[in-house]
Design a protein around this ligand. Sequence first.
Ligand code: MEV
Length: 307
Amino acid sequence: MTEALGEASGKVILLGEHAVVYGAPALAAGIERGARARATRCSGASALRLGGRELRAAPAEEDVARAFAALLGALPDVGPVRVEAESDLPPGGGLGSSAALGVAIARSVAALAPAPAAAAVTDAAAAWERVFHGNPSGIDTTAAARGGCFRFTRAHGATSIAPRDDLWLCVGSTGVSSSTRIMVELVARLFERKPTLAATSIAGITALVENAALAIEAGDVVGLGRLMDLNQMLLAGMFVSTEAIEALCKLAREAGALGAKITGAGGGGSVIALLPPPGGGATSNVAADRVLAAWRDAGYSGFVTRV
Ligand code: MEV
């Protein structure tokens, strides 16, 4: 084979971001938007074409080139490859863009290997992600690789959760790109200075996550929405919320959302708003239209997705 394709999903974190870095559970789900890659055998040095630029795999250079080198180093050697990759997730948007790219690229390259290399794909995507995020919990690459709805811990990985009904979410963008690495470091510094805040935040978020898993399985969307609002309060108490995030959440709740919160690292990026389900197997949701219109009127963009 001289050419192979790879794909991966973006993600939303339903509850539990940041605490998951410290071993607490979190709930996440893959979304339809994601990343795609095409790997082609070539002569000369391996290269990655991304965002209109072509970079050599180079351990000493900028992040993307270093990440590509780390990713290739964790895969079976397939010789020099040229990879073209694209994502329909905004970078720094809290929707797992870099993890989706890492998994899609790793899958495309691994598909050129003579034997299946699924475990190496996971390691390669994790090596890519570490260059951008320093201390990732692994939830983003897990969501990118498996999609679906799941509970995740650092120690035990992912366990599937079966929502009784589809969860309808609006995803709203603050329009501000944020760095997961910087936000994770900010929380680490806060937790070092305030160990009591760290312990109570992590314990509080753990309880909310466990209740939310039950609410999802029971189809209790009203309960789930309240738990998301409470999670947002704890995240705000960890200083990862911003005025734009709070505005998006408030607009969504006023327009009929059952709950709203940051998804991902915060400091910008995106929020998710949980909507009342339309019922009767409908394929559109009036509540989603209202939330998206409220965001649009206030100058924010968003889209609707189903888990
Ligand atoms: C980022 O999508 C989620 C964080 O919890 C970081 C991580 O888990 O690696 C903020």
